[in-house]
Structures are given as C-alpha cells and as structure tokens.
Design a binder for this molecule. Structure first.
Ligand SMILES: Nc1ncnc2c1ncn2[C@@H]1O[C@H](COP(=O)(O)OP(=O)(O)OP(=O)(O)O)[C@@H](O)[C@H]1O
Length: 719
C-alpha cells in the first residue's frame, strides 16, 4: 500500500471518529431534550389536573394548546433522535469530491441515509442520499459533472469518489471508485445471503436506476424491468425520494401501494423505515373488489382464477378472458354505457295524489343533469319530482307520506329498464355478438374476468367513494392488470403514479397487459426500462432465459454453481433428493431456501411430507399475511416478487409443466433464486427444460441418490 493511501486511510478513520463523536454528542443532547419535554408535559398535565376547577374555559383551551405543542415538539425530537441512531450504525456509505467551476479547491461530500450538520458550525457533514448534491455520486464518473441547487445548476468537476462499508461505527472497508458505483461493492452486496425482508440498496443504486428514482416530472411513470432488475426496490426508493423532495405537499399518508398480496406487502415492509420514512398504506385488487362487490354479488378472486387456470385451461373461459383484456373492450363498454340514457330511458308522466308532472318536464329534468352518472341522474330526477309533488300536495292541504315518495321513485325507476349497475352490466351481453362472453359461475357468482368490468360499470353509472387523499399510487406487477382495471384505477386515484412490472412474469397469459398496452392507456406516461438483472448468478439467469427468453435482459457478471436438474426414480426418491438439498443448504453459508411448486396443492402435499421427515419449514398460502425466514414452501404465484438464496423447484416433469401458463410459473419459480437453483422430476423432463437435457447429463458422485437418478447440470449460453 502506498504512503498516500495510508495517509488517506488514516484521514478517513479520523474523519469517521470525529463524525461518530458529533453524532454521539447530538444523540445525548436529543435524549436529554426528549426527557425534558416528557417531564414538562407530565408536569403540565399534573398542573391541569390539580387546577382544572379553578380555570376558566379560555385558560383551559390555552393550556391544551400548550400541551399539544409540547407533544408535537417532543415527537419531532424523537424522530430526529431516530435518525441520529440510524446514522450511528452507518453514518455514510459514499463520498464525492466536487470542485465547482470558478471556486478554489474541492469539497468532500459524504453521503448517508440522512442529512446531518455540525450543531455548532451548521456545516453539512452528511448529505441525505436524496439531496441534489448526492446525485453526483450516483450519476457521474470522475470528470465534468453538475448538480442542481437552490441557485441553479452548479457545474464543476468530480475529482474523486469513494465507497465505504461501516458497521456499528467501524470502517470495514473503503474503495476508491472513480467510475460508476463500484462493481466491487455491488458484487459484495449481491453475493450476501438474502434477508428475510427486502433491504435497502441505497449504497449501490445504479445510474439507470437512479434516473427512475429521481424522476420528478412524470405524472405517470411506467417502469418495465426484467426479473431481478430491482424494480420493486427502486420503486420504494422512489417513494422515499418523492417524500423527501416534496415534503411540504406529500406525506406517507398520501402514498399507497397496490401490491399483489399480503406476503409481498410484509416482505417489503422494512425498506421505507430503513430509509427513514414511515411505512405507507397498501391495498390489493381483492380488497378493492370486496369494497365494491361485497353487497352486490359473489365473485371469483384473482388467486382462484389463477388456481383454476393452472389446473385446466377451458378454451371458452380463456376466450372470455381475452375478450375482456383489451383496451377495445373498455372503449366498447364505455360507449355502450354512455348511450344507455339516450337509447333506453323513456320519459313518462309522473302521477301522485292527483298531481302530475308531464313527460316533457321529465325529459327536461333528466336532460339538465346530463353531467351526472346515469343512476345519479335518475336519482336527481326522482328527488326533483318528489320535491315538487310534495309541495303541490301540501299547498292544497293534503298529506304527503313516505309511501308517496317511494311511489314517485318507483315510477322514475320504471322509465329505465335496468335496476342497478349489475343488471346493466349483464344487459351488455344481451347483444348476440357478445352473448357467449358472459358466463356466471352459478347463481350470483361471477368470474374474475367480470369483476373489474362490473366495478367499472358501477363507477361510470353512480358516484362512488374514491381515494381522494392519495397523491401517489405505486402499482406493482403491472402486467397482471388489464385495461379495464387501469380504467378503474384511473377513476379511483386521480394522482401521480409509478407503475412497474415485467411482461415476462404474467401469471395469466390470457389476461395480462404488455408494456405497449399499458402505455396506450397512459399516453402521457414516461416509460423507462431496466434490463440488467441483479438478483441471480449469471448461471441461473441464463437457465431462466432458456425457459422464457427476453433478448433485452443483461445478466450481471456474478458466478455460482450451475442449476441442477435432478432426475428421480419415484416419489420417494424425489423426496430424498429434496431432503439432500435441504441438508446441504443447512451446512452452507446461506440462510433462506424457497421450495417453489407449481400449485398450492402440490406445495401442501410436499409440505406434509417434509414436515413428517422432520424439516422445519413454513407454508405460504393465499391466507398468509407474513413472509417467513428459513425454509419456505409455496406456489410460484405466491412467490412472485420474493427471493431466496437457494430455490428448489420440484416436479418439473412433462405433465406438470406443459402449457404456456406452466412456462410462466416455471420462469417465475426459477428467477426467485439468488445463488443456487435445484430442480427435481420423475419421468420425462418438461419440454421447457429440454435445453438442460440436451446439454448432457452427468452423475456427479456427490449428488446421485440412486443408480436410476441422474443429474443435468446446465451450461447453455445466453444468446
Ligand atoms: N443497485 C443494486 N444494488 C444492490 N442490489 C440490487 C440493486 N438492484 C437490485 N438489487 C437486488 O436485486 C434483487 C432484486 O430486486 P427486486 O426484487 O427489487 O427486483 P424486481 O425487478 O422487482 O424482481 P422481480 O420482478 O423478479 O420480482 C434484490 O435482492 C435487490 O436487493
């Protein structure tokens, strides 16, 4: 090591020690302040209690205001203390030396998860990663660079960049990285074992990811990203960025995530708090469906639909799904709903208690409310009629009863042939061309494919409660939502949106949306793409590419063992091989293991067998609300969005994985693996894995269970 390097290192150690000293002093000061404000509030409350009777109402009110203010101040100090505590664990992870044009010398900017200034000099010692100056660290290599500031764009030159790993106040390593965020640090981060929760990646955000995070201008931002490209991580960092950037107008209460299921929600729950922001609320499509349909009709859920489809594809049902999954369907339904008033409303005279309102009056009153949704228009007409007739009856000394009002309302409703949105929606399919496109699942239960078209019909025909307080909506797994669902989201959330997903990871090939479809629904959107895949080793990514190719995907150069396809003689043998992998995993440095079956019943069966064999593992099903550490067994659908150090995909035989839907599931299952992937099968291998069989089979001594079993290790290059 050179003399300068040693001096630099010493300097960095001293700098860290000084930063820690200041942080500790600040922690002490804040703790003191929190304690003082707690005792002050306590004393005030006591005083209030003791002198309550002697106080007049204005004194009481003033006292309450004082207490509330003290509480708010105390809470503010507690939040600041939490930030300092977080910084004490890891004060900063990067440094960028920037020499602004026209000024003497470079300034060293240290970057961490929060801002921190020297309490005496007010000099900024740590810049929040979201501050404008921190973009120098993510966006530029050495040389010419610029950043925004309140005074405008500052141009200059980056003279050096460093990355640090600090744990519990100790500098573990430090790297000079004149180029982009050093590959070394990224490699180290990616080779770590998976946590049981998604973690923040603030120290190694890549340039193309930073562009997504810091996009401030898009009203709608659509992010297409290959499996493992960091979409979800980036979207959460983007929320943290927006909360920081627009702190005066946006708070965590105004942000909502539309997530695929509760397990996923739990899995990502730590990221925002780690970034110093409060968790935001979540919703899923089933909850939206329930809020609209609970009192209207029973319906198939999204997961039930996926389960049915995996089991067996009914061509007629597939056709119904395809029909309802296009933008043209929304246009057609929209036009049909819009024309109902003109086509089906028949103005008629209203008579009640010898009083009449003419058909012309009815037509005019109905026309005057043309801006209201259809059923609200009818209500408006009925209300006006009741009001006028009631007055007339009373003016003549008559008695108006609630029965009279109901009778008027009935007469108005009789002018339109459909009693509610559900009846109207069913009528849409009376057209002979569409008749076969609606098929209820028994009495009063509709297919999932009809759930959102019906909700859309409800929204278009009567005023509904909306999510007016939400100012930013994040939609994950965008490919699983069809145009009519986006139309519903648009009606419910009139706010900015980040929409992300991967068209290769659809769980329903008949009812999913491509990037271009989603873009056609949001023509104003900025579309960005992430092509580099970070999660898995090159070997695993290449393997998955052979199952479902995406030519835009760029695998990260990080190597590990090739995926293993383990042939088994029978069920017992397959169980033994799975147990083998579990045993090896237990001896490895890795922590999490996911056994990802095609269907939930398969997962349940294997779960029972493994539990009987003494394996401690958690089954994740559609009722699960939390992710689990250790060994997890689940279906590909539920595993979406999750990741594990090691993945086992059982039953990869030709009958289990044969159709397009199965290919999607197999792809999702394999792309959950970070470091190791094992697949087991009895009988003939699935056609989607023929490439693995072609690459030659061998029987390494340490993996073959019986003379019947053989293993294919794959080394197929990505094209
Ligand atoms: N810049 C980065 N630095 C470190 N790790 C990263 C980076 N980008 C992505 N990763 C890691 O890659 C993995 C995949 O990220 P994430 O789950 O956000 O991807 P995704 O695109 O949503 O995946 P999928 O669609 O397959 O579920 C995570 O372990 C994440 O921490």
């Amino acid at each position: 090591m050179t003399q300068t390097r040693t001096t630099e290192e010493e300097h960095e150690h001293r700098h860290l020690a000084e930063t820690m000293r200041l942080l500790n002093a600040e922690l002490e000061r804040l703790t003191d302040s929190v304690e003082k404000s707690a005792s002050f509030i306590e004393a005030q409350k006591k005083h209030l209690w003791e002198h309550w009777r002697d106080m007049d109402s204005s004194e009481k009110a003033k006292f309450r205001v004082d207490v509330d203010m003290s509480v708010a101040q105390g809470e503010h100090t507690v939040r600041r203390r939490q930030r300092v505590e977080r910084l004490l664990q890891n004060p900063y992870f990067g440094r960028v030396d920037f020499h602004p044009r026209g000024e003497a010398g470079s300034g060293a900017h240290y970057i961490g998860v929060h801002n921190f200034s020297d309490p005496e000099t007010q000099e900024i010692l740590i810049h929040d990663w979201r501050a404008p100056v921190s973009s120098l660290f993510y966006d530029f290599e050495s040389g010419q660079a610029h950043h925004e500031s309140p005074e405008g764009t500052v141009h200059g030159e980056i003279t050096g960049k460093r990355q640090y790993r600090i744990r519990d106040g100790r500098l573990e390593y430090m790297l000079e990285s004149s180029l982009n965020i050093g590959d070394d640090v990224l490699q180290r981060e990616l080779s770590q074992s998976a946590d049981d929760r998604m973690k923040n990646i603030v120290a190694t955000i890549q340039r193309e990811q930073n562009a997504v995070i810091r996009n401030e201008t898009a009203r709608v931002l659509i992010l297409q990203g290959v499996a493992g490209s960091g979409k979800t991580s980036i979207a959460l960092h983007r929320i943290a960025f927006l909360l920081y950037r627009f702190k005066d107008t946006l708070s965590s209460d105004n942000v909502m995530i539309l997530s695929p299921n509760r397990v996923f929600g739990d899995y990502i729950a730590d990221v925002l708090p780690e970034l110093g922001e409060e968790q935001v609320s979540e919703i899923d499509v089933d909850r939206i469906a329930r809020s609209f349909l609970a009192k209207v009709t029973d319906y198939e859920t999204f997961s039930e639909q996926v389960v049915t489809l995996i089991d067996h594809v009914d061509e007629a049902a597939a056709e119904r799904m395809r029909y309802k999954a296009t933008p043209e369907f929304v246009t057609r339904l929209d036009e049909w709903i819009a024309s109902r008033a003109d086509e089906e409303f028949t103005p008629q005279e209203i008579k009640q208690k010898y009083n009449r309102l003419s058909a012309e009056w009815v037509a005019d009153t109905f026309a005057e409310a043309r801006n209201l949704p259809l059923f609200d228009r009818l209500d408006h007409l009925a209300n006006r009629a009741v009001y006028l007739l009631k007055q007339r009856v009373r003016d003549r000394g008559g008695k108006w009863t609630s029965g009279d009002a109901s009778s008027v309302r009935r007469q108005v409703r009789a002018m339109f042939p459909h009693k509610d949105a559900f009846a109207l929606y069913k009528a849409f399919y009376r057209d002979p061309e569409r008749r076969r496109m609606f098929k209820p699942l028994g009495r009063k239960k509709i297919e999932y494919a009809d759930v959102f078209p019906l909700i859309y019909t409800m929204i278009r025909t009567a005023r509904q409660e909306r999510y007016g307080h939400i100012r930013h909506l994040l939609v994950d797994e965008m490919q699983d939502y069809i145009p009519v669902q986006y139309a519903v989201l648009r009606e419910l959330f009139s706010c900015t949106m980040t929409i992300l997903g991967d068209s290769n990871q659809s769980v329903n090939p008949f009812s999913s949306s491509s990037l271009s479809t989603i873009h056609s629904i949001f023509p104003e959107a900025d579309c960005l793409e992430l092509c580099k895949s970070y999660r898995s080793t090159t070997e695993i990514t290449e393997f998955a590419q052979n199952i479902s190719r995406n030519d835009r995907l760029v695998p990260i150069e990080r190597h590990g063992p090739p995926p293993r396809v383990l042939a088994c003689a029978d069920e017992k043998h397959e169980l033994t091989r799975v147990l083998d992998v579990i045993a090896r995993h237990a001896d490895s440095e890795y922590r999490s293991l996911g056994i990802v079956c095609k269907t939930l019943p398969q997962a349940e069966k294997l779960h029972r067998a493994l539990a009987e064999a003494g394996v401690e593992l958690t089954l994740l099903d559609y009722d699960s609300t939390a992710f689990a550490s250790g060994i997890v067994i689940t279906s590909a659908h539920i595993a979406k969005g999750l990741e594990f150090d090691t993945v086992i995909v059982p039953h990869v035989d030709e009958t289990n994985y044969s159709g397009e839907m199965d290919r999607c599931m197999l792809y999702i299952a394999c792309t959950r693996a970070m470091h190791e992937l094992h697949l087991t099968h009895q009988g003939k291998l699935s056609r989607f894995l023929e490439f693995a069989a072609d690459s030659g089979s061998d029987t390494p001594a340490d993996t073959t269970g019986t003379p019947d079993g053989h293993e294919h290790t794959t080394r197929t290059p990505v094209g």
